[in-house]
Design a protein around this ligand. Structure first.
Ligand code: GLN
Length: 445
């Protein structure tokens, strides 16, 4: 009730929720109380949460931030939703996001932009901007986001919270509306690494309904949080401290690294030589996969449908023209182009080769160090409307998207302020090193 009241009182200013499901939440809270009274409650029973509006929820709208799905109620729950419900957590609603998770500022939503609670002139980051803003403003203690190219870590950084992108395959993608299937991954956004660890304990694990989910055991992510860090080997990728990085963000990040040194870690510079190619490779691969994934929105089976179509082609054309926003259309055009005959080898296949090299950069670095540290984003939160051309927006993703191309986990941790706005320290580990990342993040907090 406390959190629902805060949403009611404050979310007009932030616009962080698309749907608030107060009545369902109160019923779920009652069920959680009952489970507690019966003595078989999960540790998180009764904890309020919010879900990015990309996770399918039975009987509640799942819009994915798009007019295309403004009328869509999924006939089933995503695996992560099912798991959170089984643990008797209480969903308060669905959070705002960039349309189909495409964006870095949450300005691409059909439901209007989200505001950053630290400064209402600033964006919260994207695409999980609603989840980040809601947690930062104390409208909910924790939320789920998704990260295809930085969409958990960058908004976590902009809003001063902790956000973890797990290893690709660690968390089931079943029931999560697909953007770029080989990159998409769900993860927790919360006020601390310890809260993220508790959520990971619920959502991680193999799922037979997602063929890319990893069939390996799930550790207790809370177990290692207090392990001492003496002897930890930290690498600072020199490419993450170059041109384009705001000097005050750099200062805050280097200060955080010094804290780790004082905890007994050693620091050395490393190189990820193909970093420069991450943005071009990602902006070929992600739109290619998106153009294919989004072909299902045709006005026939679900979602928006244009009025009085003349024939089938008119139905497809007008439905998609009306239902999709500008950025989504841009990605579909890029993706269709790079997958078309004559361009496929030059763009798509080339980008896949570059992806391989980027992954190898990380594997080589992890031969020498345990974790990598750097900024989550080159600047702090920028003002709403400040980035008008798509390329300057894509450049926001410079430190986050290589991680998705490589499939490794990454976490953004609050590391002070620059220009009065939060800075995120990004910590990266090798595949399935989530427990270590949470431990390292927790020791800083
Ligand atoms: N900003 C990136 C994009 O627009 C990443 C988005 C994401 O991680 N979902 O594609």
């Amino acid at each position: 009730a406390h959190y629902l009241q805060r949403i009611e009182r404050l979310d007009d200013k932030l616009n962080s929720f698309i749907s608030v499901t107060a009545e369902r939440a109160l019923n779920a809270a009652e069920a959680a109380d009952k489970a507690r009274a019966d003595g078989h409650a999960h540790a998180l029973a009764g904890i309020p949460l919010a879900l990015k509006d990309i996770f399918c929820t039975q009987s509640v709208k799942t819009s994915c931030g798009s007019k295309m799905l403004d009328n869509f109620v999924a006939p089933y729950d995503a695996t992560v939703v099912e798991k959170l419900e089984a643990a008797h957590t209480v969903s308060l609603g669905k959070t705002n996001m960039d349309e189909f998770a495409m964006g870095s500022s949450n300005e691409n939503s059909h439901y209007g932009p989200v505001k950053n609670p630290w400064d209402l002139k600033a964006v919260p980051g994207g695409s999980s901007g609603g989840s980040a803003a809601a947690v930062a403003a104390g409208l909910v203690p924790a939320a789920l986001g998704t990260d295809t190219g930085g969409s958990i870590r960058q908004p976590a950084a902009f809003c001063g919270i902790t956000g973890l992108k797990p290893t690709y395959g660690r968390v089931s993608r079943y029931g999560m509306i697909a953007y770029a299937s080989s990159l998409d991954q769900a993860g927790p956004m919360a006020r601390s690494a310890s809260d993220c660890a508790h959520l990971m304990n619920v959502i991680a694990g193999h799922d037979v309904r997602d063929s890319t989910s990893a069939a390996r055991g799930v550790p207790d992510y809370t177990e290692n949080l207090d392990a001492p860090l003496s002897g930890l080997k930290i690498g600072l990728p020199k490419e993450y401290f170059g041109d384009g990085l705001d000097a005050d963000v750099e200062r805050a990040v280097r200060e955080a690294v010094r804290v780790y040194e004082s905890l007994g870690a050693t620091v050395r510079e490393v190189s990820l030589p193909h970093t420069h190619y991450a943005i071009p490779a990602y902006y070929v691969i992600a739109p290619a996969e998106a153009s294919s994934n989004l072909s299902r929105f045709d006005g026939v089976r679900f979602g928006h449908r244009c009025e009085d179509p003349k024939d089938l082609i008119d139905l497809y054309t007008r439905t998609r023209q009306e239902g999709f926003g500008e950025e989504v259309k841009r990605r579909i055009l890029i993706g269709t182009h790079t997958l078309s005959e004559g361009f496929f080898d030059a763009y798509y296949i080339k980008a896949q080769k570059v992806r391989r090299l980027i992954r190898q950069d990380f594997l080589d670095a992890f031969e020498d160090v345990d974790v990598l540290m750097g900024p989550a984003a080159p600047t702090t939160a920028f003002n709403l409307g400040a980035k008008k051309d798509p390329v300057s927006m894509y450049l926001q993703d410079i430190y986050t998207i290589a991680v998705n191309l490589a499939g490794i986990p990454g976490i953004s941790v609050p590391a002070g302020f620059a220009h009065g706005r939060p800075v995120g320290l990004q910590i990266l580990g090798t595949h399935f090193a989530e427990a270590q990342l949470l431990n390292v993040a927790h020791q800083f907090q």
